[in-house]
Design a protein around this ligand. Structure first.
Ligand SMILES: Nc1ncnc2c1ncn2[C@@H]1O[C@H](COP(=O)(O)OP(=O)(O)OP(=O)(O)O)[C@@H](O)[C@H]1O
Ligand SMILES: [Mg+2]
Length: 374
């Protein structure tokens, strides 16, 4: 015989082995019913039960909610049919805390081959388990972060593309608007100058055509001004001005209010603002409301205050804005009108924000709310 080939040959006695085992492992022995008949010091330490409370008990007293009954049935079937079971179990200690043990359960048979005991040897793997769970959690978090980063990158890139496109359209549009402005002004002025003379020569049918021509020039002028306003965010030219005065002037830019009742505020206030720009805001909001009302209904403009703001409401009794458009109406080029530029509200927003205020919209009834710092 060469080197030592089994523990037997070393003449180690059982109590030496027990001592070694006691130092390293959590060990227990149960009888063939599963009743604990031996538990070593480490078993008592980790389970926090004194030995006398463990002996005579079933292993079930350590059961946690981690495993279902099939899990234990499988173990029981395996070991009662004489096989060794190896696996990890989560147990509950006496004080309610949990611990994980890597477990080997070995059935020990008597000379007739009947199972007498089950010897279980365990190692505490709670720390490893916790680390593993932490790792899984971190992995999940990383996956989530990755996903949300990818989504952010996607929206940012589409924003960039959108902004670039808008910038190009903006440059082109303002160039065209700028070039159209002079010939349009000439058309506008000459048409006004010629009106009395021409009207005296036209019959009523042709008079109507003349007015339509004038209105079209008016429309073109307005659109060109809108585009130019959008392209240049000029400095504010602030002056203390009565809000009612601004509102009255803005009504001059509002057309075809026939059939519509416009209620003005009963109070007034002096605003420190760029009156021409605020006039533009009011006329766009009122024009939008007039358009929505389609010849019938009511527009109400009110003026109020809270501790920090002057609040201007423009309410109309029209059909409102479909939910899916609520977000879009402040975006450039969004319009539901054949002749709209979709710049009106964008310009309103930028002017109000230039004044340090906010503009928002609600339905039922359609209400645009402007808040300007007092
Ligand atoms: N009071 C309102 N009621 C219903 N819809 C409205 C109202 N105000 C604005 N909208 C919707 O918001 C869209 C955008 O308005 P915005 O003033 O920006 O452009 P526009 O009026 O379409 O064009 P433009 O102002 O250049 O003539 C409108 O086309 C319309 O669909
Ligand atoms: Mg508009």
């Amino acid at each position: 015989m060469g080197l030592v080939s089994s523990l037997k040959n070393l003449n180690l006695n059982l109590s030496d082995l027990e001592e070694i085992l006691a130092e390293h492992s959590i060990a227990s022995v149960t009888d063939e019913q599963g009743t604990i008949v031996y538990a070593n010091k480490k078993f008592c330490e980790i389970s926090k039960y004194p030995q006398e409370e463990l002996l005579g008990q079933n292993h079930r007293i350590l059961k946690s909610d981690e495993h279902n009954s099939d899990f234990f049935t499988d173990i029981w079937e395996k070991i009662t049919s004489g096989n060794i079971w190896v696996g990890e179990i989560k147990n509950r200690a006496k004080d309610g805390t949990f611990y994980w043990v890597k477990t080997t359960i070995i059935p020990v048979k008597d000379s007739q081959g009947r199972i007498k005991y089950f010897v279980a040897i365990r190692t505490d793997v709670t720390k490893e388990k916790q680390m593993y769970e932490k790792l899984l959690q971190v992995e999940q978090e990383l996956i989530q972060q990755n996903l949300s980063l990818a989504a952010k990158v996607a929206t940012k890139s589409s924003d960039i593309v959108k902004n670039e496109r808008l910038a190009t359209i903006g440059t082109m549009a303002s160039r065209i608007a700028h070039d159209l402005k002079n010939p349009l002004t000439i058309l506008h002025t000459y048409a006004d100058m010629l009106t009395p003379e021409i009207l005296s020569k036209l019959d009523s049918k042709d008079k109507e055509k003349w007015f339509r021509l004038q209105n079209s020039i008016f429309d073109m002028h307005r659109i060109v001004d809108d585009v130019l306003d959008f392209a240049r965010t000029s400095e504010l030219n602030k002056k203390k001005t009565s809000f009612m005065r601004i509102l009255r002037l803005s009504l001059n830019n509002v057309r075809s209010t026939y059939g519509i009742v416009i209620k003005l505020p009963e109070n007034d206030i002096t605003l420190n603002c760029d009156p021409r720009k605020i006039e533009g805001v009011m006329s766009n909001l009122i024009n939008n409301a007039v358009h929505a009302l389609d010849g019938q209904g009511e527009i109400e403009i009110t003026l109020s205050f809270d501790s920090n703001n002057i609040i201007i409401l423009v309410k109309d009794s029209g059909p409102g804005i479909p939910d899916e458009n609520m977000e879009k109406i402040f975006e450039p080029m969004f319009t539901t009108k054949n002749t709209g530029t979709g710049l009106g509200l964008v310009i309103c927003k930028s002017i109000i924000e230039q004044h340090g205020g906010t503009i928002s919209v609600d339905n039922n009834p359609t209400t645009f709310t402007i808040k300007l710092p007092a």
